[in-house]
Design a protein around this ligand. Structure first.
Ligand code: SF4
Length: 368
């Protein structure tokens, strides 16, 4: 008890002096620290970063194909291409889908990602992005996981750097953090991720940041990982952030085992609980503090009420609206749609001020 008491003090002092926490400190936060102490600390730190303001974005998630040749064991979304419910949107279909929501809901961010579909060439993406930029000028394209980027670059025989330059020219604005999961090699083997895909995630993010393309960072928890795996994951992200300040936000996601290979093999059969969700939000805030100032709630998998609690435990960005998302429902979990009004009400209900932002986190409107 005494040694824990001194650890609490030591961690608070390190934060006060803006020191980076050690892996051991972070493991303590994940595995042992009192959740109320942790939440209080993280909540205060978030208030120092963004005061009473909580941002959100009018977002559309578009999963343009579910055909994928990677076949991760934690993914319920992918199809091999021969199933009846395999699909790939044509350019016209993507445009039609965006048009349904763009004007009526004032959409500012398009999160566009899908499987690693071997039949799609670079032209598919560049032509599509150009058309999106022309037809929907207020939309920021937040697109493609590192898995998709890696495959497209190999198929087009371009370096990742040259590919990113091409994609940016055609309209790509930012890159989501998908593909990060947990960066540790052994964990990724158990998740059925390709070897070296953790290093590749970091390297693609670094290339993007060096080119001035901003990205998001994520972490998927609640499967086979340990506190130390998560600590190392956060510290790798922090190290890169200190180099280029290219990450715009961090989102910790909890794994949804429904309909996945990991569930079928009996490796993970239950989703993690709410306490673990808010602990992961709070630890991210305590580790990143103002160096990676935006921590997003993962309300999508946990519901609006958990989104509100996450704000009180260190998050300061709600994430986005949602219309007809397809990845989470593939696990058997229904998320429904979430419109702007509900987000504004949910943020106001916990005494915070909602701020609508765009894809680059620039303020559009404050809802006092
Ligand atoms: S997580 Fe992405 S790369 Fe992995 S199987 Fe699913 S769609 Fe493919």
């Amino acid at each position: 008890m005494l040694s824990n008491a001194s650890l609490y003090n030591e961690i608070e002092e390190k934060i006060e002096q803006r020191q980076i926490l050690s892996p051991e400190d972070i493991v303590f936060l994940y595995d042992t620290a009192d959740i109320n102490w942790l939440g209080g600390l993280a909540g205060k730190m978030a208030d120092n970063v963004s005061s009473n303001y909580v941002s959100f974005v009018s977002n559309l998630i578009l999963n343009y194909t579910n055909v994928c040749n990677v076949r991760c064991k934690f993914c319920a979304f992918y199809r091999t291409g021969s199933e009846e419910d395999s699909y790939t949107f044509t350019e016209d279909r993507v445009i039609e889908e965006i048009a349904k929501y763009y004007e009526p809901y004032g959409i500012r961010q398009l999160l566009i990602q899908g499987g690693v579909n071997p039949s799609l060439n670079l032209d598919y993406y560049t032509s599509l992005f150009r058309r999106i930029r022309n037809e929907f000028p207020n939309l920021g394209i937040h697109g493609l996981s590192t898995s998709e980027i890696s495959f497209i670059s190999k198929k087009a025989r371009l370096s990742v750097e040259d590919l990113l330059i091409e994609l940016r020219k055609s309209g790509l604005e930012t890159i989501p953090g998908a593909g990060g999961e947990i960066l540790d090699y052994e964990v990724r083997k158990k998740l059925g991720r390709p070897v070296n895909s953790g290093e590749e995630w970091l390297s693609i993010m670094e290339t993007a940041h060096r080119l001035g393309i901003r990205t998001s960072a994520t972490m998927m928890f609640g499967h086979v990982e340990t506190g130390l795996d998560k600590a190392k994951h956060l510290l790798s992200i922090l190290k890169l952030q200190q180099k280029y300040h290219g990450f715009l936000s961090f989102t910790p996601w909890n794994f949804e085992p429904g309909n996945t290979q990991l569930e079928k093999e009996g490796v993970v059969t239950e989703r993690t609980g709410g306490l673990d969700v808010i602990r992961n939000i709070a630890v991210a805030r305590v580790v990143f503090n103002s160096q990676l100032p935006v921590i997003q709630t993962s309300w999508l998998t946990n519901g609006v009420e958990m989104g509100q609690i996450a704000i009180l435990y260190g998050a300061n960005d709600w994430g986005g609206t949602i219309y007809d998302e397809k990845v989470i429902p593939a696990t058997g979990k229904q998320v429904g749609n979430l419109r702007k009004d509900t987000i504004i009400e949910s943020i106001k209900a916990i005494g915070r001020i909602p701020v609508e932002r765009d894809n680059l986190y620039r303020t559009i409107k404050i809802y006092e």
